[in-house]
Design a protein around this ligand. Sequence first.
Ligand code: MN
Length: 315
Amino acid sequence: MSDLDSRPGVSLSSDCPARAAQPVLQRIAAREAVLGEGMTIRRALPTQLRRMVGAWCFLDHFGPVDVGGGDGLRVGPHPHIGLQTFTWPLEGEILHRDSLGYVQPIRPGQVNLMTAGRGISHSEESPRPHPARLHGLQLWIALPQAQRFCEPAFEHYPELPVVERDGFRITVLVGESLGQRAPTRVYSPLVALDIHAGRAGGIALPLAPAFEHALLVAQGRARVADEAEALAPGTLLYLGCGRGQLALEADADARLLLIGGEPFAEEILMWWNFVARSRAEIDRAIHDWNAELDFGAVHGYPGERLPAPLPPWLK
Ligand code: MN
């Protein structure tokens, strides 16, 4: 995905309340936008209240939406630096094209992981024809200093480890949990789990106390122990650090995403589709993309590339 906001906000990771060293329950409302064909996008990261959870620096929850009668998703070629994009469709299908030459459809149960490093460009679209329903999650992961100028890369993971426990189906998307290790290649200590309740019930998940964690409901309702009010789509529940486990109760067919990671030690500056450390780096990336330098070319996308907007400090 691209940040499609015509006036994207600047996100400085130090410019919000510090990470919680202790367990907390902080509800953060996602920012909602409606795109073409009635697709709602809920941006749960970054927000004013929370910029990052570990190295996770961006979280969009899109749909569910019926795109059976239209074009569906149309995100034209755009650039990224300094991050990985992590795409996890829940329903429907997305076709990825990038400047390395990869053309990769992705379906539920699969992950596309694109490492931008020093620079890559890509597009995302609904293939023709496409399933009627579209629903999914896209996250970005900030690359640490040692990897942020690496050569760009793209990996498709057709299968992830799944654990069935207490009526829940848990897919280990990133890192290690419940005795399973995800194959996805990341560059800082992270975890991500897709938690799908087959029936109404409860589960206790082990967590790494050194990580900070957050929970998002993508479908249905769920409740964290000690919280009276159920969690529904549109809210990120930040859990802080220092938890050895998380007790959850969910309605039948509820679908949740748990993310976590070691608190990211570096301050990042994020603007539009770029994760950097300084305005000068972002200025250079804007210039190079708009001048068609350095980001390669995406072939075959039926539409225009997305121009980089001007950042607020250049207006
Ligand atoms: Mn993108």
